[in-house]
Design a protein around this ligand. Structure first.
Ligand code: MN
Length: 195
């Protein structure tokens, strides 16, 4: 069970930039709904595991991705905001922004333009990409497609056809069964320990 985070500021303290009414609906109704539905889905998953009944597993895991990603992204969004008191990137962040974007103005321009063209219901994010060793901006149009933000992969199975079709044709079940024989648990253990 997860709990709603508290807002670190009063509902009207983002006025006039973000109205009390908007924040109230966003935090108390929409975000709360994501939290409730995440908990409901976690309960259903528990029940499915207890009963060893996985006939609705696709729907349940999709729902978990959708609702939990909604929780995580809304919490980032609410925590990223605050009353309009002067604040700015600290020295370290500014250095990285200058390195990766050129300067703060260019970063702000890219973030603005990128936000404008996010299709339909979506998000725009400044992210640290460890593999690229840099900050980048990414759009996220269906947040469940990225599963649950901030999750750390511990064990991964490639289910694209290229990974099994040559050998297993359409027999995905055989491929998955075979996979369990070749999992390197030392690596999984290490990833779990360093989570
Ligand atoms: Mn929202």
């Amino acid at each position: 069970m997860i709990k709603k985070i508290n807002l670190e500021y009063p509902l009207d303290s983002l006025e006039p930039y973000y109205s009390r009414e908007t924040l109230n609906i966003h935090y108390n109704t929409l975000y709360a709904g994501y939290v409730d539905n995440t908990n409901l889905t976690l309960d259903k998953l528990d029940k499915a595991r207890k009963e060893r009944n996985f006939e609705n597993i696709k729907c349940l895991e999709k729902n978990l991705s959708f609702f939990a990603s909604g929780v995580v992204l809304h919490e980032l969004f609410f925590e990223n905001m605050g009353p309009a008191i002067p604040s700015s990137p600290d020295l370290k962040l500014m250095e990285q922004i200058n390195k990766d974007f050129g300067n703060f103005e260019i970063f702000k321009e890219q973030f603005t333009e990128s936000s404008k063209v996010v299709e339909a219901s979506g998000w725009n994010l400044l992210v640290w990409v460890p593999r690229l060793d840099k900050l980048e901006i990414i759009q996220c149009e269906k947040h469940q497609d990225l599963t649950i933000w901030n999750s750390k992969p511990i064990l991964v199975l490639d289910m694209w056809e290229h990974s099994y079709f040559l050998q297993y044709k359409a027999n995905r079940a055989e491929y998955i069964k075979a996979f369990w024989n070749i999992v390197n648990w030392n690596n999984v253990n290490k990833r779990f320990k360093n989570r």
